[in-house]
Design a protein around this ligand. Structure first.
Ligand code: HSE
Length: 320
C-alpha cells in the first residue's frame, strides 16, 4: 500500500518513500598520448536514485540509453551497487532504480565508468560512507578494467592515474587550465570499448613509446603553463589513435576541419568515436560546425556539444 500522511483538513497525501541518490560525471580519457592514465571529468551527469522495494530489483532508464533493452543482470549501476554491498558483508537491499543519463552511450565519453561510479557511490552512501574515495576507486577499477575514466568520475577535474609496484593505482590531480575550451563532436555511431581495445597492438617499439611519453609530458606542461599552441603536437599518439581512427569515417578530414576552424588540437575522446577539440573559448560553434559538416560529407550524422569540465566528482545524498 502507498504510504500516506494525514493533511490538516483530513485529506491524505502520498508520502514519498526515502530516496537515495548518486550522481557521477561523464569523462573524456587518454587525451591523445595519455592512454589509460589521463581522465577529465565533464559536466554531463548520470544520476541514479533508489527506493527500497519489498523484493527483487527494477530499473527505469531516462535520457541517453533509454532506447535500449533493460537487463538487470548486466546493468552496470545495479552491478556496482550490489558489488559494494556484498563486499561490505551486509545484506543487499532490494531496490527500484531510476537512472537518468545525459551521457551518450558507447561514444568514448565514460558512460560505463559513470554508471559504475554512480552505483558504488550510491551503495557507499547507503552504508553510511564506510569506504574512502580511494577504496571506491580501487573497486571501480576492478569493475571497469582501466582507471582513467573512473578516476575522473570519482575525483572530478583532470586526473593522472599512476600504477604502483604493488598493483594499486594512485589518482593524482592535475590543474585544469582556465581559458581553454573543449568541444565534443559526437557522431551517430556506437563503438564498444571492448572492440576498440581489441584493435590495439600488444607491444610498441621502444622509440615510439619514448615519443609518446615525451608528448604526454608535453601535454601536462602545455596545460599547466597554458602554452596551448603546443597541443597540436602534444596530443599526437601512436598507442591507440591510429588503430581506432579506422572506426571513425573520415577521421583525418574531420580533424583537419577542426584544426582549420581554429582548434589547437583534436583527438579521439576515450576509445571513440567522439572527437575532442581543444580551442580558445570563442571558437566553439565555429569548430563544432566545421567538424559536423566534415562528418556530414562522409554521410555520418554528428552533433557538437560544449565539453564543460566537472570539477566535482561523484557524490550522493538522501531525500526524505
Ligand atoms: N583508456 C581507455 C581506452 C578508455 O582507451 O580503452 C576507454 O573508455
Amino acid at each position: 500500500m502507498t504510504p500516506t500522511r494525514r493533511l490538516r483538513r483530513g485529506k491524505r497525501a502520498r508520502v514519498r518513500p526515502t530516496r537515495w541518490t548518486a550522481v557521477a560525471p561523464a569523462s573524456t580519457s587518454n587525451l591523445g598520448p595519455g592512454f589509460d592514465c589521463l581522465g577529465l571529468a565533464l559536466r554531463l551527469p548520470l544520476k541514479v536514485s533508489a527506493t527500497r522495494i519489498p523484493s527483487g530489483f527494477s530499473i527505469r532508464r531516462l535520457g541517453e540509453g533509454s532506447d535500449l533493452a533493460i537487463d538487470p543482470h548486466h546493468d552496470k549501476v545495479l552491478g556496482a551497487f550490489r558489488h559494494l554491498l556484498r563486499l561490505a558483508g551486509g545484506p543487499v537491499p532490494t531496490v527500484a532504480l531510476t537512472i537518468r543519463s545525459d551521457i551518450p552511450l558507447a561514444r568514448g565519453l565514460g558512460s560505463s565508468a559513470a554508471a559504475i561510479v554512480a552505483g558504488l557511490t550510491l551503495a557507499n552512501h547507503w552504508i553510511g560512507g564506510r569506504y574512502t574515495r580511494e577504496e571506491i576507486f580501487r573497486e571501480a577499477i576492478r569493475l571497469e578494467g582501466h582507471p582513467d575514466n573512473v578516476a575522473a568520475a570519482i575525483f572530478g577535474g583532470l586526473t593522472l592515474s599512476m600504477p604502483r609496484l604493488d598493483g594499486s593505482v594512485e589518482a593524482l590531480p592535475l590543474p585544469v587550465p582556465r581559458g581553454l575550451a573543449i568541444t565534443l563532436v559526437v557522431p551517430a555511431i556506437r563503438v564498444s570499448t571492448e572492440k576498440a581495445r581489441a584493435l590495439l597492438p600488444a607491444s610498441v617499439p621502444l622509440r615510439s613509446a619514448a615519443g609518446n611519453t615525451a608528448r604526454a609530458m608535453a601535454l601536462t606542461h602545455a596545460l599547466s603553463t597554458r602554452r596551448f599552441e603546443l597541443l597540436a603536437e602534444a596530443l599526437r599518439d601512436v598507442y591507440h589513435v591510429p588503430y581506432r581512427a579506422r572506426l571513425i569515417p573520415g577521421f583525418d578530414r574531420v580533424v583537419e576541419a577542426g584544426r582549420r576552424a581554429g582548434a589547437y588540437g583534436v583527438t579521439i575522446s576515450g576509445s571513440g568515436p567522439t572527437l575532442l577539440a581543444f580551442h580558445a573559448p570563442r571558437f566553439g560553434s565555429r569548430i563544432g560546425g566545421a567538424m559536423v559538416r566534415a562528418f556530414a560529407r562522409q554521410r555520418v550524422k554528428a552533433r557538437a556539444i560544449p565539453g564543460r569540465v566537472a570539477t566535482k566528482g561523484a557524490h550522493a545524498s538522501t531525500l526524505l
